[in-house]
Ligand binder design. Structure first.
Ligand code: G3P
Length: 214
């Protein structure tokens, strides 16, 4: 399973890259707004340091606008994946951009039927938002299970990109279900390292090592 970091904060991306386990980056308009920086500056910095897929989202909701923004974003670098909302226009834009050889990530997916539409439009990735479903007392990971099964049934090439991840258990479940990618907030990526027995074991090893005659 691939790990993407779900952030537009370049300090976080740099730290995650240094761990050597990062496959790509996803951003969205809210994450860019959180940085307080211009989108042009943020995306240029991200593209300069990340060689894997970088999802950059369109903000024009018309088909023509999405196509223009999508083509402009794709021209920024070979890593760019154009992120499109799961609307009628977004799905039409997905089909058109896919036909032009541009990679797409269809976002704001909350049902398996929506995921089916994205796959039929040739999306490179589908982003089901598990945390936001959990927030309204639905089972976000059940949606991942359904989409993985449906895509397998028909051999769709679209990759399941688990988004709106809130905690490490989402990642464990996604891996067991065979999801292709998890996009993870930096804080949750960092939590994956933690285990008290690792810390205690390491502390003991170092204490014992200090007793070894030099
Ligand atoms: O990037 C899309 C998604 O991961 C957003 O997550 O936490 O805002 O629901 P969240």
């Amino acid at each position: 399973m691939k790990f993407f970091v779900d952030t537009a904060d370049t300090t976080e991306i740099r730290k995650a890259l240094a761990w050597g386990i990062l496959d790509g980056v996803t951003t969205n308009p809210s994450l860019v707004a959180k940085t307080g920086r211009r989108f042009e500056d943020v995306r240029a910095e991200i593209l300069a340091m990340v060689s894997g897929p970088v999802s950059l989202e369109v903000t024009d909701m018309t088909l023509e606008g999405m196509l223009k923004q999508g083509r402009d974003l794709a021209a920024l670098g070979p890593q760019v994946v154009v992120k499109l909302p799961l609307t009628r226009e977004g799905i039409a834009a997905c089909k058109a951009l896919t036909d032009e050889g541009i990679r797409t990530n269809v976002t704001l997916c909350f049902s398996a039927n929506q995921a089916l539409l994205a796959a039929k439009a040739g999306a490179t990735y589908i982003s089901p938002f598990v945390g936001r479903l959990d927030d309204i007392s639905m089972d976000g990971m059940r949606l991942i299970e359904d989409i993985v099964q449906i895509y397998k049934n028909y051999s769709f090439k679209t990759q399941v990109l688990v988004a709106s991840v809130r905690h490490p258990v989402h990642i464990l479940q996604a891996a067991k279900m065979g999801a292709h990618v998890c996009t993870v907030p930096f804080k949750v990526l960092d939590q994956l390292f933690n285990h008290p027995l690792t810390d205690m074991g390491n502390e003991q090893f170092l204490k014992d090592w200090a007793k070894v005659p030099g």
